[in-house]
Design a protein around this ligand. Sequence first.
Ligand code: UDP
Length: 358
Amino acid sequence: MRIVLISTPIGFLGSGKGGGVELTLNSLVSGLISLGHSVEVIAPKKSKLNESNVKAKLHFVEGEDQISWQHQDYNSPASIPDNSLLAGMLEKGIDIAKNADVLVNMSYDWLPIWMTLNIEIPIAHIISMGSESSVISNLISKVYDKYPINFAFHSKMQANDYPFIKNPTIIGNGFNLDNYNFQDSRKGSLAWVGRVAPEKGLEDAVYVANELGEKLKVWGLIEDEIYASRIEKSFPNGTIDWMGFLSTDELQKELGKCRGLLNTPKWNEAYGNVIVEALACGVPVIAYKRGGPSEIIQHGQTGYLANPDDKETLLYYSKIIEKINRKNCREWVEKNASADIFANKVLNWLNKVIIEYK
Ligand code: UDP
């Protein structure tokens, strides 16, 4: 198959601004290439693909980023800046996809979804977030009426945010597991990984570390400085050990030394890449039962699930996290979330989309 992928219109690949979509796109490219398919990626200028993805052709587009939907009011209108990166990526993607089998859109925005109604080439959308905008949800509902096959979601809980989707296509996610080494380190610190922004609930993980009298190691891009400094000020000095934003290789080396990952989403987390990355290193995860995490973590086997916002239960599970056999964590990922497993699910879905256009 010849597949054209459109990246996120928020940050170049490698900047961290695009959140989980950056790793998801790279993993999908790896999986598709290893299964013998040809892939072209349309992405913002300065984007880099993983070294292992040299066979994929990268096309650069310059322009202004979109504003992330999770940081706008739910009822905000869709906006397109002058010299729009998103519009530029779509123009290029549509042009290249004329000679391809399918165009896959990984940006969560209005314009590419609306295009479904107006182009004749197959366009498939990987929806990367729960419902974060009324204008996008209403548009998905309208397009879904005519093209129900063209949408895929990472988890059932995420798809539930779109109640009009009757039989959602769930593709999960998957990663190149050669990039993650198992480490059997039961005595390390507690970790938290993610974009530092209100929807990620870092404060609840810091609460747990502080109650335990420990430092919390925090990796990720500080997207919201005011939020980060507010959390820092509300706990004793030094409770947060800021570790910065690392490449996958550096991150997995450090994360693997930790005894557990805390994952504390305040929104309906679509999937939660960092959970699977931790498990791949043998690190069990304690998370809120909200969105994707509740479908990934096997309670009592690969970590623990607490009711949403129940910090005391997070704390309790943090005290008994050593009970989890770290090998279970790696095994679950190998059986359920490798790049090839993910790419195969995506291919099954894309085949159905393509047939619809014949
Ligand atoms: N990440 C990274 N380096 C870091 C911290 C995070 O590359 O130091 C990446 C991580 O690999 C993951 C992404 O940031 O792919 C966060 O994705 P997730 O699905 O957890 O949340 P999102 O940001 O999409 O809401």
